[in-house]
Design a binder for this molecule. Structure first.
Ligand code: FMN
Length: 218
Protein backbone atom coordinates (compact mmCIF):
# COMPACT_ATOMS: atom_id res chain seq x y z
CA UNK A 1 0.00 0.00 0.00
CA UNK A 2 1.44 3.42 -0.90
CA UNK A 3 1.71 6.19 1.73
CA UNK A 4 -1.30 8.08 0.38
CA UNK A 5 -3.66 5.13 0.51
CA UNK A 6 -2.43 3.94 3.93
CA UNK A 7 -3.07 7.50 5.26
CA UNK A 8 -6.56 7.33 3.79
CA UNK A 9 -7.20 3.97 5.48
CA UNK A 10 -5.90 5.34 8.83
CA UNK A 11 -8.14 8.42 8.47
CA UNK A 12 -11.10 6.21 7.61
CA UNK A 13 -10.49 4.01 10.68
CA UNK A 14 -10.02 7.04 12.94
CA UNK A 15 -13.24 8.67 11.79
CA UNK A 16 -15.10 5.35 12.14
CA UNK A 17 -13.82 5.10 15.73
CA UNK A 18 -14.71 8.73 16.47
CA UNK A 19 -18.15 8.18 15.01
CA UNK A 20 -18.82 5.07 17.08
CA UNK A 21 -17.74 6.85 20.33
CA UNK A 22 -19.90 9.84 19.41
CA UNK A 23 -22.81 7.58 18.53
CA UNK A 24 -22.60 5.72 21.85
CA UNK A 25 -22.23 9.00 23.81
CA UNK A 26 -25.30 10.35 22.06
CA UNK A 27 -27.22 7.18 22.89
CA UNK A 28 -26.74 7.88 26.60
CA UNK A 29 -29.72 10.11 27.33
CA UNK A 30 -31.07 11.43 30.64
CA UNK A 31 -33.23 8.78 32.22
CA UNK A 32 -36.43 9.74 34.01
CA UNK A 33 -36.79 7.33 36.92
CA UNK A 34 -40.30 6.13 37.85
CA UNK A 35 -41.81 7.92 40.89
CA UNK A 36 -40.61 6.18 44.05
CA UNK A 37 -42.89 3.51 45.50
CA UNK A 38 -43.08 4.65 49.08
CA UNK A 39 -45.56 2.05 50.26
CA UNK A 40 -44.39 -1.45 50.99
CA UNK A 41 -41.02 -2.82 51.90
CA UNK A 42 -40.19 -4.47 55.19
CA UNK A 43 -40.88 -2.71 58.49
CA UNK A 44 -37.88 -0.73 59.72
CA UNK A 45 -37.10 -3.09 62.62
CA UNK A 46 -37.07 -6.06 60.24
CA UNK A 47 -34.78 -4.20 57.80
CA UNK A 48 -32.42 -3.36 60.67
CA UNK A 49 -32.40 -7.01 61.70
CA UNK A 50 -31.43 -8.03 58.15
CA UNK A 51 -28.91 -5.28 57.36
CA UNK A 52 -25.53 -6.72 56.46
CA UNK A 53 -22.62 -6.48 54.04
CA UNK A 54 -22.59 -9.00 51.19
CA UNK A 55 -19.80 -9.67 48.71
CA UNK A 56 -21.43 -12.03 46.28
CA UNK A 57 -23.71 -10.65 43.57
CA UNK A 58 -25.77 -11.89 40.64
CA UNK A 59 -25.14 -10.09 37.34
CA UNK A 60 -28.89 -9.55 36.83
CA UNK A 61 -29.76 -5.90 36.13
CA UNK A 62 -32.03 -3.94 38.46
CA UNK A 63 -35.30 -2.77 36.90
CA UNK A 64 -35.73 1.03 36.65
CA UNK A 65 -38.33 1.10 39.43
CA UNK A 66 -36.02 -0.66 41.88
CA UNK A 67 -32.99 1.44 40.90
CA UNK A 68 -35.08 4.62 41.26
CA UNK A 69 -36.42 3.52 44.64
CA UNK A 70 -32.88 2.72 45.79
CA UNK A 71 -31.61 6.17 44.78
CA UNK A 72 -34.60 7.93 46.30
CA UNK A 73 -34.04 6.04 49.57
CA UNK A 74 -30.33 6.88 49.37
CA UNK A 75 -30.57 10.64 48.95
CA UNK A 76 -33.79 11.54 47.17
CA UNK A 77 -35.98 14.56 47.76
CA UNK A 78 -38.57 13.72 50.42
CA UNK A 79 -39.79 17.31 50.97
CA UNK A 80 -40.22 18.81 47.50
CA UNK A 81 -41.26 22.23 48.87
CA UNK A 82 -37.89 22.78 50.51
CA UNK A 83 -35.84 20.40 48.36
CA UNK A 84 -34.70 18.53 51.46
CA UNK A 85 -33.59 14.96 51.31
CA UNK A 86 -33.90 11.45 52.77
CA UNK A 87 -30.46 11.81 54.42
CA UNK A 88 -29.24 14.75 56.50
CA UNK A 89 -26.26 16.88 55.46
CA UNK A 90 -24.22 19.31 57.53
CA UNK A 91 -25.77 22.78 57.17
CA UNK A 92 -28.01 21.27 54.50
CA UNK A 93 -25.19 21.70 51.96
CA UNK A 94 -26.24 18.53 50.10
CA UNK A 95 -22.70 18.26 48.80
CA UNK A 96 -22.73 14.53 48.09
CA UNK A 97 -23.51 13.45 44.54
CA UNK A 98 -24.28 9.83 43.82
CA UNK A 99 -22.68 8.60 40.62
CA UNK A 100 -24.13 5.38 39.27
CA UNK A 101 -21.91 3.05 37.24
CA UNK A 102 -23.76 0.38 35.24
CA UNK A 103 -23.03 -1.67 32.13
CA UNK A 104 -24.69 1.11 30.11
CA UNK A 105 -22.49 3.92 31.38
CA UNK A 106 -21.85 6.37 34.17
CA UNK A 107 -24.71 8.57 35.40
CA UNK A 108 -25.22 11.17 38.11
CA UNK A 109 -28.38 10.96 40.20
CA UNK A 110 -30.27 14.25 40.12
CA UNK A 111 -32.61 14.22 43.12
CA UNK A 112 -34.62 17.28 42.03
CA UNK A 113 -36.17 15.69 38.95
CA UNK A 114 -35.46 12.09 40.09
CA UNK A 115 -33.40 11.49 36.96
CA UNK A 116 -30.15 9.87 35.95
CA UNK A 117 -27.98 12.34 34.07
CA UNK A 118 -25.50 10.82 31.62
CA UNK A 119 -21.84 11.41 32.37
CA UNK A 120 -19.86 8.90 30.30
CA UNK A 121 -20.97 6.22 27.86
CA UNK A 122 -18.55 3.66 29.28
CA UNK A 123 -18.87 0.74 31.64
CA UNK A 124 -16.68 1.88 34.56
CA UNK A 125 -17.82 -0.69 37.13
CA UNK A 126 -14.49 -2.52 37.21
CA UNK A 127 -12.65 0.77 37.87
CA UNK A 128 -14.69 1.48 41.02
CA UNK A 129 -12.93 -1.05 43.24
CA UNK A 130 -10.30 -3.68 43.75
CA UNK A 131 -12.50 -6.57 44.84
CA UNK A 132 -13.57 -9.08 42.18
CA UNK A 133 -17.32 -8.73 42.77
CA UNK A 134 -17.28 -5.22 41.25
CA UNK A 135 -17.09 -6.98 37.88
CA UNK A 136 -20.29 -8.94 38.52
CA UNK A 137 -22.69 -6.60 40.29
CA UNK A 138 -25.02 -4.49 38.10
CA UNK A 139 -24.74 -1.25 40.09
CA UNK A 140 -21.82 0.58 41.64
CA UNK A 141 -22.65 3.77 43.52
CA UNK A 142 -19.82 6.25 43.93
CA UNK A 143 -20.29 8.91 46.59
CA UNK A 144 -18.58 12.12 45.52
CA UNK A 145 -18.37 15.23 47.70
CA UNK A 146 -18.40 18.50 45.81
CA UNK A 147 -16.33 20.77 48.04
CA UNK A 148 -17.38 23.80 45.99
CA UNK A 149 -20.82 23.45 47.63
CA UNK A 150 -19.42 23.35 51.18
CA UNK A 151 -18.80 27.05 51.70
CA UNK A 152 -15.82 28.41 53.67
CA UNK A 153 -14.27 26.97 56.81
CA UNK A 154 -11.52 24.56 57.67
CA UNK A 155 -10.66 21.62 55.40
CA UNK A 156 -10.64 19.41 58.49
CA UNK A 157 -14.32 20.20 59.13
CA UNK A 158 -15.26 19.76 55.48
CA UNK A 159 -13.59 16.33 55.39
CA UNK A 160 -15.49 15.30 58.51
CA UNK A 161 -18.84 16.54 57.19
CA UNK A 162 -18.34 14.94 53.76
CA UNK A 163 -17.53 11.59 55.40
CA UNK A 164 -20.42 11.81 57.87
CA UNK A 165 -22.93 12.87 55.19
CA UNK A 166 -21.83 9.94 53.02
CA UNK A 167 -22.29 7.58 55.96
CA UNK A 168 -25.96 8.52 56.30
CA UNK A 169 -26.55 7.88 52.60
CA UNK A 170 -24.70 4.57 52.75
CA UNK A 171 -26.83 3.42 55.67
CA UNK A 172 -30.02 4.40 53.80
CA UNK A 173 -28.80 2.17 50.98
CA UNK A 174 -28.06 -0.66 53.41
CA UNK A 175 -31.57 -0.43 54.89
CA UNK A 176 -33.27 -0.17 51.51
CA UNK A 177 -31.36 -3.23 50.32
CA UNK A 178 -32.30 -5.18 53.45
CA UNK A 179 -35.92 -4.19 52.89
CA UNK A 180 -35.92 -5.03 49.16
CA UNK A 181 -33.94 -8.29 49.37
CA UNK A 182 -30.87 -6.82 47.63
CA UNK A 183 -27.22 -7.39 48.46
CA UNK A 184 -24.86 -4.49 49.17
CA UNK A 185 -21.50 -3.54 50.62
CA UNK A 186 -20.07 -0.07 51.20
CA UNK A 187 -16.44 0.18 50.13
CA UNK A 188 -13.48 2.28 51.14
CA UNK A 189 -11.09 0.27 49.00
CA UNK A 190 -11.25 2.50 45.95
CA UNK A 191 -8.32 3.81 43.91
CA UNK A 192 -9.59 7.37 44.27
CA UNK A 193 -6.95 9.10 42.15
CA UNK A 194 -7.35 6.80 39.16
CA UNK A 195 -11.14 6.61 39.45
CA UNK A 196 -11.48 10.42 39.71
CA UNK A 197 -9.48 10.74 36.48
CA UNK A 198 -11.53 8.03 34.79
CA UNK A 199 -14.75 9.74 35.86
CA UNK A 200 -13.35 13.10 34.70
CA UNK A 201 -14.14 14.74 38.04
CA UNK A 202 -13.28 18.37 38.76
CA UNK A 203 -10.46 19.01 41.31
CA UNK A 204 -12.98 20.13 43.95
CA UNK A 205 -14.88 16.83 43.68
CA UNK A 206 -13.63 14.10 46.02
CA UNK A 207 -14.56 10.45 46.02
CA UNK A 208 -15.50 9.43 49.55
CA UNK A 209 -16.77 5.84 49.29
CA UNK A 210 -18.34 3.44 46.82
CA UNK A 211 -21.16 0.97 47.38
CA UNK A 212 -21.97 -2.13 45.37
CA UNK A 213 -25.62 -3.14 44.90
CA UNK A 214 -27.25 -6.09 43.19
CA UNK A 215 -29.35 -9.17 43.67
CA UNK A 216 -27.68 -11.73 45.91
CA UNK A 217 -25.84 -14.53 44.13
CA UNK A 218 -28.04 -17.65 44.31
C1 FMN B 1 -16.17 3.18 55.85
C2 FMN B 1 -16.29 1.72 55.51
C3 FMN B 1 -15.46 1.18 54.54
C4 FMN B 1 -15.60 -0.15 54.15
N1 FMN B 1 -14.83 -0.63 53.14
C5 FMN B 1 -15.02 -1.91 52.71
C6 FMN B 1 -14.31 -2.38 51.57
O1 FMN B 1 -13.53 -1.69 50.95
N2 FMN B 1 -14.56 -3.65 51.18
C7 FMN B 1 -15.44 -4.47 51.81
O2 FMN B 1 -15.60 -5.61 51.39
N3 FMN B 1 -16.13 -4.03 52.88
C8 FMN B 1 -15.96 -2.78 53.34
N4 FMN B 1 -16.70 -2.29 54.39
C9 FMN B 1 -17.71 -3.15 55.01
C10 FMN B 1 -17.24 -3.66 56.38
O3 FMN B 1 -16.20 -4.59 56.21
C11 FMN B 1 -18.43 -4.28 57.11
O4 FMN B 1 -19.38 -3.29 57.36
C12 FMN B 1 -17.98 -4.92 58.42
O5 FMN B 1 -17.21 -6.07 58.19
C13 FMN B 1 -19.18 -5.32 59.28
O6 FMN B 1 -20.02 -6.21 58.56
P1 FMN B 1 -21.57 -5.89 58.38
O7 FMN B 1 -21.70 -4.66 57.54
O8 FMN B 1 -22.14 -7.11 57.68
O9 FMN B 1 -22.14 -5.70 59.74
C14 FMN B 1 -16.57 -0.96 54.79
C15 FMN B 1 -17.38 -0.42 55.79
C16 FMN B 1 -17.27 0.90 56.12
C17 FMN B 1 -18.20 1.47 57.17
Amino acid sequence: MNTKSSRAVRWGLASLLAFSVLASAQELRPLQLPPPQIDGGKPLMQALKERKSSRSFSAEKLPAQLLGDLLWAAFGTNRPDSGQRTAPSAMNRQEIDIYVATADGLFRYEAKGHTLQPVLAEDLRAATGMQPFVNDAPVELIYVADYSRMGGGKDEDKNLYAAADTGFIGQNVYLFCASAGLATVVRGSVDRVTLAKTMKLRPEQKIILAQTVGYPQK
